[in-house]
Design a protein around this ligand. Structure first.
Ligand code: AMP
Length: 429
């Protein structure tokens, strides 16, 4: 006999089981209410886009495009990709729907799954979820500060206490090319002290050397020229203002000259937020983002300054879960009514009656799949309901039903068509 191989979810992709749904719900409802307050509107873009969109925007020599994108050819011959991030898709939608004609700035938020072919490791998945906030059509540094504030507040609302914001500016088209040259000259003179990856980055993406985590590269990095010393006047004053706004709202931050982030489209401000609590996974950011003033133009739209960020939902949930293990279990929602039945006719009538309770908005539980009355009453007791309704064979025939007060054990038989009113009356008392 041929043995069927065990089917499992694909590597790095996970089921979200019922027990975890409440964590996702909590994160999403908190994000939605923050979005509402700050005037962000929800946008959903397809999970699949033309691969070219991501190659163009994220950049050819980034990890995402080089190694991590799920690319496939459709039957019609189109080269498509599963979205590895939100920003490019939202920028495409902004251009495609002519949203530059609307009063600016436009503020969007989104959440959902993203896909990256990562090496499986703790906290890194191939299908994961992000919450994303983006602002299009605003160049003022106040927006950079507000985006940081929004994510900081989102995490604070979720009771994160030891948050660390790291921030840097990576300049723009005017000042970055010169800085890149300086950096390449510096690293070239120390090429032998760099790890193999950084030697390759030296050719294709020298800025990324700055955020290399390899032990070997740390001393070389420490001596490297820093971009903040080489920003043009505009980038320098923009950065200064962002920091002043953060000071104004007393949001603590740390300047990190090595923060460059993995994507090509960033200009000026880049930032990340880390969790410093003991439940957090050290070294991995919860949130990452920045300004991307050149992106919309690059994708064929008008010159549109923009800024945004994304939070990793699984990383947030990991901390929430660790924390909830230490706290006492949340109270389970207790239903008001439990519907128990015995026999075929009673079961049929129960199905209908249960619907009537739903329409009357009385929180109810049933156990239509159980036949033993004893088992059902035990479940009702365990669930802590106020009233059990018992529809036995005799009651079903007579058109009555027994209301049992689970606290006192007192029972009363009433006409089945009166039971909803009767329960409503008792619940009000
Ligand atoms: P990025 O889009 O790479 O800037 O990532 C923003 C945030 O998304 C990170 O700070 C993480 O919290 C989360 N994230 C990124 N990649 C993954 C992944 N492969 N698995 C889980 N979370 C991720």
């Amino acid at each position: 006999m041929v043995k069927t191989p065990k089917l499992r979810s694909p590597t790095g992709m996970h089921d979200i089981l019922p027990a975890d749904q409440s964590f996702f719900q909590k994160v999403y409802t908190t994000a939605s209410s923050i979005a509402n307050f700050y005037g962000f509107e929800k946008i959903d873009t397809p999970l699949v886009e033309d691969a070219e969109l991501f190659v163009k925007s994220i950049g050819m020599s980034t990890d995402i495009i080089e190694k991590q994108m799920y690319v496939f050819r459709s039957k019609g011959g189109d080269l498509l990709a599963l979205r590895p991030e939100f920003t490019a898709g939202i920028a495409r939608a902004y251009i495609e729907h002519g949203m530059f004609n609307l009063p600016q700035p436009l503020k969007f938020y989104s959440f959902g799954p993203l896909f990256r072919l990562e090496r499986p490791q703790a906290g890194r998945f191939r299908q994961f979820h992000q919450i994303d906030f983006e602002v299009f059509g605003e160049q003022s540094p106040v927006i950079d500060a507000q985006i940081i504030q929004i994510f900081y507040n989102l995490l604070r609302e979720l009771k994160f206490k030891n948050l660390m914001v790291e921030i840097n500016s990576i300049g723009d088209r005017q000042c970055r090319p010169y800085y890149k040259k300086l950096l390449v000259n510096y690293f070239r003179s120390r090429e032998n002290s760099l790890c193999a990856d950084c030697r390759r980055r030296l050719r294709y993406n020298p800025l990324r050397i700055l955020d290399c985590k390899e032990e070997k590269c740390q001393p070389v990095k420490a001596q490297a020229p820093q971009i903040v010393d080489h920003l043009c006047l505009e980038c320098k004053s923009h950065f200064k203002e962002v920091l002043e706004f953060l000071d104004e709202v007393e949001l603590p931050y740390r300047l990190n000259p090595y923060l460059v982030r993995g994507l090509d489209y960033y200009t000026k401000t880049v930032f990340e937020i880390f969790d410093g609590s003991e439940e957090g996974q050290k070294g991995d950011a919860l949130v990452g983002g920045g300004r991307f003033d050149a992106l919309v133009r690059l994708l064929g739209g008008r010159n549109t300054p923009a800024c945004g960020a994304a939070a990793g939902v699984e990383r947030i949930i990991q901390v929430l879960k660790e924390r909830s293990k230490k706290e006492s279990a949340p109270p389970v929602q207790v239903k008001d009514v439990f519907l128990a039945q015995l026999g075929g006719l009673a079961k049929r009538k129960s199905l209908k009656l249960f619907e009537e309770f739903r329409r009357a908005k009385i929180s109810s539980a049933e156990s239509l799949s159980k036949d033993s009355l004893k088992t059902q009453l035990r479940s009702a007791d365990k669930a802590g309901v106020r009233y059990a309704l018992i529809l036995g064979q005799r009651e079903a025939l007579e058109g009555t039903i027994i209301i049992r007060d689970m606290k006192t054990g007192k029972q009363e038989t009433v006409k089945i068509e009166k039971v909803i009113k009767e329960i409503q009356k008792r619940l009000k008392r």
